[in-house]
Structures are given as structure tokens and as C-alpha cells.
Unconditional design. Structure first.
Length: 212
């Protein structure tokens, strides 16, 4: 439909004003919040994610598109609640203890939200136990940990162990990422998933939530 196609394109271009106008127009024309989200907004973010993973767009374009997506989602939230639209899953995300870097984490968060996931952002310098406590309290399917320093990577291994000790390892998937992190390290500490960029992290998170 032309209106939803226009909405998708406005999100890709990061045109916040246009996104808001198009969402309001779609609502006034009787489109359901679910349709607006799933046929207009999510496809726009998916295209940006795909282009990002192919190096056709870069971090600034992704951030602008994500802000436009968030602006549209804010307008839809009351309707999504009333229509009882369930999110595709719940994630708690944070940069591990000892690490103050948040650009990568913020980008992953935006991409995950853009993919229809509910994300609880714990911020930076997050103690291992806080990931576990939040996952239990909020019924998260995924714990996503970020590290940019080689000196803080090992905290991710502590999070895996604490998950096992808390007896939630079969219910919660652990995703890890950050510049020094590798697939080999992921396997070594027993985490479930390593992804090299924000777009693939969002796609894998949706898959993991669906598999639980």
C-alpha cells in the first residue's frame, strides 16, 4: 500500500516529521497499529539493517533511521497496548562491568527495538549479577552483553556462570558482542551467540526469542 510504503521510506531516510505525519494519517485512515508497525515501519528498519550489514549505509544513517522509528513507535504505543500486540521478545542489554563504552550497545538496542523486541537498557559498567537479576525479574529471553576492552571481556564468562548457578540457563540465551569479541571467545565461555554488528544482532535476537 502506498501509504505504508511511504512510511517505510521515510524511516529509511530518517525523516522524523514525515514519519509522525504518516503514522497519524494511517491511524486516521483506520489502519491497525499492528499493520502500521509490521507492514510500514519494521520493513523500513529491516532494509536499513540489511544495508548496514553490507556497508551500504553507516552508523549515522542507522541512528537517524532508528530515531525516526522510535518517533513513530511512540505514537503507536497506546494503540499497540490496547490491541494487545505482543513484542517479539524481551532483552536486557548492557556494557559489562569496567567498561564505559556505549555507542555499540546503543546501536544494537535501537536495531533490536526496530525489529520489534522490547529492550531493557542497563547502561554501562553493569555488574554481572545485575544482568541475572534483571533477566529473572523482567522475564527476559535474552541477556545481551557488550565489551569494547579486552580487559573486560572475561566478565561475560562470569555472566554465563551466574546464569547457570541461578538455574535460568535453559530459559535465557546469552548474546555477546563488541570490537574484541569473537566467535571463538563465545564458544570458549559457553555463550549462545556472537554477532559482529548491530543489524545481525537484532536479526539473531528475534530468531533466538522465537526458539525459546
Amino acid at each position: 500500500m502506498p501509504l505504508l510504503q511511504d512510511l517505510s521510506e521515510a524511516i529509511q531516510k530518517g525523516k522524523i516529521k514525515n514519519v509522525k505525519e504518516l503514522v497519524e494519517q494511517a491511524i486516521s485512515e483506520g489502519f491497525s497499529a499492528k499493520t502500521i508497525l509490521e507492514e510500514g515501519m519494521l520493513p523500513g528498519m529491516a532494509i536499513i539493517g540489511e544495508k548496514f550489514s553490507k556497508n551500504q549505509v553507516f552508523v549515522p544513517e542507522v541512528l537517524i533511521a532508528a530515531k525516526a522509528m522510535n518517533a513513530g513507535t511512540e505514537l503507536l504505543k497506546p494503540l499497540l497496548v490496547s490491541e494487545k500486540i505482543e513484542s517479539k521478545g524481551k532483552v536486557c542489554i548492557g556494557t559489562v562491568k569496567g567498561d564505559q563504552h556505549d555507542i555499540g550497545k546503543n546501536l544494537v538496542k535501537m536495531m533490536m527495538e526496530g525489529a520489534g523486541l522490547e529492550v531493557i537498557d542497563l547502561g554501562v559498567n553493569v555488574p554481572p549479577q545485575k544482568f541475572i537479576d534483571t533477566a529473572i525479574k523482567e522475564n527476559c529471553q535474552i541477556i545481551a552483553c557488550s565489551a569494547l576492552l579486552t580487559t573486560t571481556m572475561n566478565v561475560m564468562g562470569e555472566i554465563v556462570k551466574l546464569c547457570e548457578e541461578a538455574g535460568i540457563r535453559d530459559k535465557v540465551k546469552i548474546m555477546i558482542g563488541g570490537a574484541p569479541v569473537t566467535q571463538e571467545f563465545c564458544e570458549k565461555i559457553g555463550a549462545d551467540c556472537y554477532t559482529p554488528d548491530a543489524a545481525s544482532a537484532a536479526a539473531r535476537a528475534v530468531e533466538l526469542c522465537a526458539s525459546i
